[in-house]
Ligand binder design. Sequence first.
Ligand SMILES: NC(=O)c1ccc[n+]([C@@H]2O[C@H](COP(=O)([O-])OP(=O)(O)OC[C@H]3O[C@@H](n4cnc5c(N)ncnc54)[C@H](O)[C@@H]3O)[C@@H](O)[C@H]2O)c1
Length: 317
Amino acid sequence: MKVLVTGGAGFIGSHIVDLLLANGHQPAVLDNLASGSRANIPLSVPFFEVDICDREAVAKVFQEFKPEAVSHQAAQMSVSRSVREPVFDAQNNVMGLLHVFESAAAVGAGRIVFASSGGVLYGDVTTPAPEDHPAAPISPYGISKWVGEKYLEFFVNQHNLGGVALRYGNVYGPRQNPHGEAGVVAIFCEKMLAGLAPTINGDGKYVRDYVYVADVARANLLALTSPLPTPFCPFNIGTALPAHTNILAEQLATAMTTELGHAVPKPTHGPARAGDLRSSLVSWDSAARHLGWKPQYSLTEGLTTTAKWFATRNRTH
Ligand SMILES: NC(=O)c1ccc[n+]([C@@H]2O[C@H](COP(=O)([O-])OP(=O)(O)OC[C@H]3O[C@@H](n4cnc5c(N)ncnc54)[C@H](O)[C@@H]3O)[C@@H](O)[C@H]2O)c1
């Protein structure tokens, strides 16, 4: 199947591209390289350096490649930037998304999978939230993900497509950008490799649902290819297992110490970050029931693989 992956040069998108190739599909990538890198995707994969905000350029890519399905990962990713620049957020995450969806419908693509977010939709939850947990986004980023889902549902009904919104937990793994505000695992890896102590915000007792990127890529493959129970489906993609930042830092330090053969600096605590949720967890029961998906990587396995990847990259750069 021909699949256009927007944001395919980024962290999650590039793993989706790899998995599509491994399963005999034909992916192409549309990305403006705002945070992604051409080096993340094989040279054999058709690459269109295009901004989703450019309606005509997006339409041209769709006319040229004629995808049968779309995996929409491209987005403005920063919650704090969305608070500072809500218009920029909406240009990318609402208008850009509409350009992708209208072009997909125009070329008759049969399925759209959209990268949504559990954390920003459900807010503070201490037990794993199911998909029908009331959405209460508070940041422009969260609002744009919610609106994106609503637009997807509209396109599904209007154009007779299949649509899946995958509401990710906190995704981590190889190729994550360590220079953003999110992606605590990547940020801590870079610090540890530089011989510096990672800084834990506040008391570090912030519960998150960390899901390994290979599991997220597999959820995307299944969402692109499986029969759907209803034309539009939202599915949570996480582990439902609570892990707080202090535990994460400890496990990562163990993995990095094993990888490097020497101890890494112990984390220090900095000020708490305003607006950080205390607890965020998602239930993946529905993805298990309808897509046959379940997380396969434990946190220890995922962190070990991630530490190895960052350490190897550090040695070769
Ligand atoms: N990483 C997480 O924990 C997480 C959690 C929930 C949801 N998500 C969503 O998953 C998707 C992928 O995130 P990621 O973690 O891989 O981030 P990423 O920054 O690595 O990937 C985003 C990609 O989109 C591209 N992009 C950004 N703006 C673009 C534009 N205007 N036009 C074309 N391309 C553009 C970037 O260059 C990058 O390659 C995003 O939609 C994000 O909101 C991520």
